[in-house]
Design a protein around this ligand. Structure first.
Ligand code: FES
Length: 188
């Protein structure tokens, strides 16, 4: 079943690497730890076992491991984590995953809604605004709806049993607004 059709936010301007002087708005970097974005455990580090196989996505932010600063100064650093069957991952996606856990940008590439829904029948992310769907087992490629490109992927690794970034975003972070040129992203 799909979760409630509720987005946390609407489209906001896209950040750029030039804003990197503000650590909270700096894009995720290698070795950043991942922490819960919301709820009772907001700000706590996420362990591999916190991401349950087959469950709907968790929302996370990267955290600088040296300063402890959570990079929540822009929505574009918001991540969705999900644990899917490792055997079903494409080769490229498996290379970024920890077991079957994968991480992607949590902002829809269409007009920037948060990716809050999860279709348990197909194991796909779904955007609540215009029902774009993304396949987490295959690089979050678009498999339905108007989204113009896939969600950017964040490669993962484990550090002392906790989830961490193994690199920067791969792919284009950001979204397209109707009637405007596609807004740029943090990647290519
Ligand atoms: S904002 Fe996600 S489908 Fe339109």
């Amino acid at each position: 079943m799909l979760r409630g059709l509720c987005a946390f936010g609407l489209a906001l301007p896209v950040a750029s690497r030039a804003q990197g002087t503000d650590g909270a708005a700096t894009p995720p970097a290698e070795n950043d730890r991942l922490v819960f974005a919301f709820g009772e455990r907001a700000g706590a580090a996420i362990a591999r076992d916190d991401v349950t196989l087959g469950a709907e996505q968790l929302f996370a932010y990267p955290m600088d491991p040296l300063t402890g600063e959570i990079r929540n100064g822009t929505r574009l650093n918001q991540l969705v984590l999900v644990h899917v069957d490792r055997a079903g991952l494409t080769e490229q996606t498996r290379a970024r995953a920890v077991d079957g856990i994968v991480a992607y940008s949590g902002v829809c590439t269409h007009t920037g809604c948060d990716i809050t829904d999860w279709d348990t029948s197909t194991n796909r992310f779904q955007c609540p605004c215009h029902e774009s769907q993304f396949d987490p087992s295959d690089g979050a490629r678009v498999v339905g709806g108007p989204a113009p490109w896939q969600l950017a992927a964040l490669p993962l690794k484990l550090v002392d049993g906790m989830l961490a970034a193994a690199g920067e975003f791969e792919g284009r972070v950001g979204f397209q607004q109707p009637g405007l040129d596609p807004l740029g992203g943090l990647g290519t």
